[in-house]
Design a protein. Sequence first.
Length: 340
Amino acid sequence: MKKIGFLSFGHWGPSFQSATRTAADALQQSIALAEAAEDLGADGAYFRVHHFARQLSAPFPLLAAVGARTRRIEIGTGVIDMRYENPFYMAEEAGVADLISGGRLQLGISRGSPEQVIDGWRYFGYQPQQGESDADMGRRHTEVLLDVLRGEGFAKPNPQPMFANPPGLLRPEPFSEGLRERIWWGSGSNATAIWAARLGMHLQSSTLKDDETGEAFHIQQAKQIRAYRAAWLEAGHARKPRVSVSRSIFPLVNEKDRAYFGASRQEGDQVGYLDEKTRAIFGRSYAAEPETLIAQLKQDEAIAEADTLLLTIPNQLGVDYCAHVLEAVLTQVAPELGWR
C-alpha cells in the first residue's frame, strides 16, 4: 500500500491557453484541487516553492488555507528552500499551519534548486558565513529549525513582560507537538540522503538527482533510498522513516488525454548539468494507456522502494483536468499495482 498525493508547482501566466493566468488563480485553484483530491481518496496535497518566479512561493498561508478547507488529507511542501528562511519565524508559521490542519502538515525542506535570479537568498537578507557555501547555509538553517521544533525553551524572559510568562526559558509560539517528526528533506544525492537520515528527517526524492553512477534514474534513486534507510537504522531512531518519490504519470483514457500527452511521451531519462560541476539525471515521464502504464511502473525500482508517491500535475490545465488525472491513477492504475 502506498500513500498517493499530488505535487503542484503552481505555475501561472497570462497565456490565453492557460486556465491559471494570475497568482490569485494559482492559489485558489490549489485549494480547490486539494479539496477535490481529498474527495477522490488521495492522501496528500503538496506544493513546490520557488522564489522570483510566477509559481507558488510563500507556502504557509496556502497550507493554512488548505488545512482549513480539508479534514483528512496530508498537506505539505516539496520543497522549501532553506537558504531563504529564518528558522525561528518559520517554526512559528509552521506551527500555525499545523495546528489549523489538526497535525496534518508534512513539511518538505531542502537546500534549494537552481534559481531564477543570481543568489536570490541575498535579497532576503541571508549570506553564508566565512568558509561556508550557500548549500552549507541552507543546511545550517535546517539544523536550527529542527532544534527549535523540539519545543524546549531557550530565550530569557523579560522580568517585566507585557503578559505573564510560563516559568522558565521561552520558545517560539505556537508550538505544535509532533511537527518535528514530520519534517522531510528533499535530497538530490546519496550523501545528503544519509545526512537527513542521521538527523531524523523523512526523505523526499524527486525526478532529479546527481548522476552518481551512470545507471538508469530509477535504479540510482532506489539505491539512494536504500542508503537512506540503512543510515536511519544505524542512527537508532525509534520511529519508522517515510520516503516519497515524485513522478509524472498520465493515464491516457480519453481523447483529451491523448491530445495533451499522447504524442509527447518521454521514453527515457535525460542527463544535463545544473552548473559547471554538477551532472544530473532527470527521470522519465510516463504517459500511456493504463495497461501499458501498469507494466512500465512495475519496472520502476524507486517507486517500489517508496511508501509515498507524489504525482506532479499540470496545474495550468485547470482543477477539473488535474482531478481527472488523479482519479485515473487512483482507480485504473494504483489498484493493479497493489498501491490501493
